[in-house]
Design a protein around this ligand. Structure first.
Ligand SMILES: *Cc1c(COP(=O)(O)O)cnc(C)c1O
Length: 238
């Protein structure tokens, strides 16, 4: 009689996830922080059901997507099976997508201009949903990158709170790809302290340990869990 195959190939996102969680544990220990003080956001952009499902099955519930349209195609079906999913928008938001974003996401990390803040506010009134909001800060002042410039943060925060009536939970940044991340993480933390914001979303696959050391409360990790996105140019539909 044929023996069952002794080793079923493990799904690559499961081994990626295990490795990321081990790295995160080590980083928390090295920084003298509790593991519960850092939330892992599994960034699933570009990946479909067969990559995401095993990560859900192993207990992860917090996911990040950078496009409203792609997220709307993937997540409502998964939410039916896993109602406690927490979905974060980590990509730029256009005002004509604000209502769809508010309807779908639990956290919007990328507020960066008054028009978007007002559109999100209007969408909240219309839908009755209130996703948590973060402001994205363009710490490297890169012209092509979204995010409010550091010197404009105080005024934008005032507009979000006083004009749009939004509660702001924290700050998010994506440091310039060609620079050391640490000064950018340090600047984000300093700004969060200055404005008494509790949450700091910073650190990706390559540098989340550093972000943990510099007080990140959320890290956004994609390729280290799911693999190389260039192999998955068009996300598979579920
Ligand atoms: C894609 C993306 C990530 C994840 O990047 P990896 O290097 O794959 O971990 C994190 N944050 C944002 C805003 C992203 O767009």
């Amino acid at each position: 009689m044929e023996q069952p195959h002794p080793m079923i190939d493990e799904n690559p996102s499961i081994s990626g996830l295990a490795e990321v969680k081990a790295r995160l544990r080590r980083a928390c220990r090295a920084a003298g922080r509790s593991e519960k003080s850092v939330k892992l956001i599994c960034v699933s952009k570009g990946f479909g059901y067969e990559a995401i499902r095993p990560v859900l099955d192993s207990g992860e519930r917090v996911f990040g997507e950078n496009r409203v349209q792609e997220a709307a195609e993937k997540w409502p079906a998964l939410r039916n099976s896993f109602p406690s999913i927490e979905l974060h928008l980590i990509g730029p938001l256009q005002s004509n997508k604000a209502e769809a974003a508010v309807a779908l996401f639990d956290v919007i990390q990328t507020l960066d201009r008054p028009k978007i803040a007002m559109a999100v506010s209007a969408a909240m009134r219309k839908t009755g949903r209130r996703p948590k909001c973060y402001i994205q800060v363009n710490t490297g002042e890169e012209p092509q990158k979204s995010g409010v410039l550091p010197p404009d943060l105080a005024e934008f925060l005032r507009i979000c709170r006083k004009e749009a009536g939004l509660e702001i939970a924290g700050l998010m940044c994506i440091p310039p790809a060609d620079q050391l991340a640490s000064p950018h993480f340090a600047l984000l933390k300093q700004q969060a302290n200055e404005f008494k914001l509790a949450e700091l979303s910073m650190g990706m696959s390559a540098d989340f340990e550093l972000a943990v050391q510099l007080s990140a409360t959320l890290v956004r990790v994609g390729s280290a869990i799911f693999g190389d996105r260039s192999q998955h140019l068009s996300p598979m539909k579920i």
